[in-house]
Design a protein around this ligand. Structure first.
Ligand code: SF4
Length: 380
């Protein structure tokens, strides 16, 4: 149980926000598929997908995932590769692995019923304080708070707070907890998140359309987007990442992700970071021989792209193989038919390069700056 911070806005000031927020949410909410259900499993799926991913991207994945795995038992019984394939394109595959592992735990330890209690929910893999609060309140109507980035911004502005460090976070959770107490806690939580996503946006909040503008300290100040102060970003690092495009008999060589690998797919084009002064092709050839037992002779630069993962900026440099011999080490690498690439969980970096070279039509998750070099490989 968390300690209640010493200085909080008055309970009455917090609680008079409830009714206008809930009323506004019921009238203005976006019609999203996970808002049509109180099935805790479906809500868990949606919350897992929505971490780090935008709503518009998640909607088709959510629908397809529930078609493939309509129940918690179906997900628990599925092979990991099937689940990762259904997640293919969403990225951050550890979310999919945690979800499947969590489903198995619920079947084994909780008789197939998603726990109602947030403390028990938080024992499941990938379920933190936010996700536990979301499942408990949205599926079970528990008076549990949620604080995500949107809620953090809305509460900071409403009370002109600058939430710094752990104590600042705890203060927000306490205010959210006071708000969640009462009827329809799920709608109240969704109202805060929806307000942050659509009205109280980080830049230029639309205070004229806000149901709680009258009680908002930031709006009264005349400078609402002053709160919360932006976090100072970590300085970005940049690196060159060379990728090998090895195509044999209509199939491309992919390597299974290993701990610490820079790309985030479960399977990706074999890649190597290139230190200053090193030749990309030679470094990649040595890496493929050592890691996969495959001997390749790589050609010149075939395509480039830029790619960012959190605070790391990569320049991707793709080299196509002129010749290849040997079989990839079992479990570490495999040749995947080009026509089956959309069923393999690869990172958007791999997809960008394969698209640039005309090897896949799969859409990329992010915008790209591609420069196919002349003479690159084509589908064979
Ligand atoms: Fe955000 Fe403006 Fe509403 Fe305050 S009044 S919560 S700043 S949209």
């Amino acid at each position: 149980m968390s300690r209640r911070p010493a200085v909080l806005p008055a309970d009455a000031a917090i609680r008079r926000l409830r009714a206008p927020l809930v009323r506004w949410y019921r009238r203005h909410r976006r019609d999203l598929p996970w808002r049509r259900t109180t099935d805790p499993y479906a809500i868990w799926v949606s919350e897992s997908m929505l971490q780090q991913t935008q709503v518009a991207t998640v909607v088709p994945y959510y629908r397809r995932f529930l078609e493939l795995f309509p129940t918690l038992e179906a997900l628990a019984a599925a092979a990991e590769d099937e689940v990762l394939a259904a997640w293919s394109g969403l990225g951050y595959y550890r979310r999919a692995r945690a979800l499947r592992e969590g489903a198995r735990m619920v079947v084994e330890r909780h008789g197939g019923r998603v726990p109602r209690d947030p403390e028990t929910l938080r024992t499941l893999p990938g379920v933190g304080r936010y996700t536990a609060g979301a499942i408990a309140s949205l599926a079970f109507g528990a008076e549990e708070p949620v604080v995500d980035g949107n809620v953090r911004r809305v509460l900071s502005r409403l009370f002109a707070l600058e939430p710094r460090g752990a104590a600042g976070d705890e203060r927000l959770w306490s205010i959210a907890g006071a708000l969640a107490r009462g009827s329809a806690p799920g709608d109240l939580n969704q109202a805060l998140m929806e307000l942050g996503a659509t009205v109280c946006t980080s830049r230029s909040p639309s205070c004229a359309a806000c149901p709680v503008a009258r009680d908002c300290a930031a709006r009264a100040s005349g400078d609402p987007d002053r709160w919360p102060a932006p976090k100072s970003p970590k300085p970005a690092t940049s690196a060159r990442l060379a990728l090998a495009v090895v195509v044999r008999r209509g199939a491309v060589l992919l390597e299974r992700r290993s701990p610490g690998a820079p790309l985030r797919g479960e399977w990706d084009l074999p890649a190597a970071l290139i230190a200053d002064g090193l030749r990309a092709a030679a470094t990649l050839e040595a890496a493929l021989a050592a890691r996969l037992g495959v001997r390749v002779a790589l050609g010149p630069l075939a395509a480039t792209s830029r790619h960012a993962i959190l605070d790391r900026r990569f320049v991707l440099e793709a080299h196509a193989a002129r010749s290849v011999s040997g079989r990839p080490a079992a479990g570490r690498g495999r040749f995947v038919p080009l026509g089956a690439l959309d069923r393999v969980p690869v990172s958007s970096a791999t997809t960008k390069i394969l698209r640039a070279l005309g090897l896949t039509a799969a859409p990329t998750a992010a915008s790209t700056s591609l420069r196919p070099a002349p003479g690159g490989p084509r589908r064979r």
